[in-house]
Design a protein around this ligand. Structure first.
Ligand code: FBP
Length: 287
């Protein structure tokens, strides 16, 4: 029921596509870097309003931001409580995430899903997999949906490897095997990180030449379309470059986007215009 709430809400409700506003960047990147470009975004209520006005399917944030507005907004827009977070104050080759919320918090705040980040590629990945296993069990028992941010990161990978097609496909598969209902990954490039995988891509001719083909392959890696795969927005970008990525996600059978910085780092009016164009594209128009 909670997964349906999320899929049925907003401008894309009932289309099978999703647009989610995630605002954990204050924790993940720092407040000035995140909200300095558009100061009204320091206010947690700004993001609830933006997600609502844009017709997003859901709004995702850590405990503090959700606590600031859940009383007024929990019944008006589906909420996803991020249960772990990472900060940038200490430089680490192998990043880890701290547990910053619980399933009980998600229920108290009226959220319909919990969110959790894993870092495949980090030396700490196995501890994160163990944590989400236990959290997903508890969340599902309570009727909450599970969203996994599956981010390749760590000393085992090159910088290019973090978005390599073989690695992103692997991240999608790991999140699906960990029981995610919704999987969030970065848009992959045509880089192939692992030699063993390169051989298979070359010999079997898996099409990965265009962005849409790569999206299709990542969706295939998440149980051949039986799990919902959405793609992150990334750092603020030119509108047309960004919208081309959305068109590629649609063309490749991706289920949608989770767009943070490209939404809240510009004026509200500008953000609503861009988010409107994204929902137009996912609804089948907007070309
Ligand atoms: P963005 O659209 O701002 O990229 O947000 C999506 C997201 O997953 C956030 O939830 C998270 O804070 C951010 O990406 C992490 O970005 P990065 O990989 O650059 O640290």
């Amino acid at each position: 029921t909670n997964l349906a709430r999320l899929l049925e809400h907003g401008r894309l409700g009932g289309t099978g596509r999703l647009l989610i506003l995630p605002v954990d960047q204050g924790f993940e990147h720092g407040p000035a870097r995140s909200f300095g470009p558009n100061p009204p975004a320091y206010d947690p209520l700004y993001h609830f309003e933006l997600a609502l006005a844009a017709g997003c399917n859901a709004y995702a944030a850590p405990l503090g931001f959700l606590e600031a507005g859940a009383r007024a907004y929990a019944g008006r827009i589906p909420l996803i409580l991020k249960l772990n977070d990472h900060d940038l104050l200490a430089d680490e080759d192998d990043p880890d995430q701290a547990l910053t919320g619980s399933v009980a918090d998600a229920l108290r705040l009226g959220a319909c899903a919990v969110g959790f980040t894993i870092y495949p590629g980090s030396a700490h990945r196995n501890a994160m997999y163990g944590q989400i296993r236990a959290i997903a069990e508890e969340a599902k028992r309570a009727g909450l949906a599970v969203v996994i941010w599956s981010y390749a990161r760590g000393s085992a990978l090159s910088k290019a490897g973090e978005t390599g097609i073989d690695v992103i496909g692997y991240c999608a598969q790991i999140a699906a095997q960990l029981g995610a209902h919704i999987i969030k990954v970065k848009l992959p490039t045509d880089h192939i990180e692992q030699d063993a995988a390169r051989k298979v891509y070359e010999t079997t001719g898996i099409p990965i030449g265009s962005a849409a083909e790569r999206v299709r392959h990542v969706v295939q890696c998440a149980f051949d379309g039986r799990r919902i795969v959405i793609f992150s927005g990334g750092a603020a970008a030119e509108d047309e470059t960004f919208l081309d990525e959305i068109r590629a996600i649609r063309a490749g059978g991706g289920f949608g986007s989770i767009v943070g910085r490209n939404a809240f780092q510009r004026s509200r009016e500008d953000a609503l215009r861009l988010l409107g164009r994204i929902t137009d594209i996912y609804s089948g128009g907007g070309d």
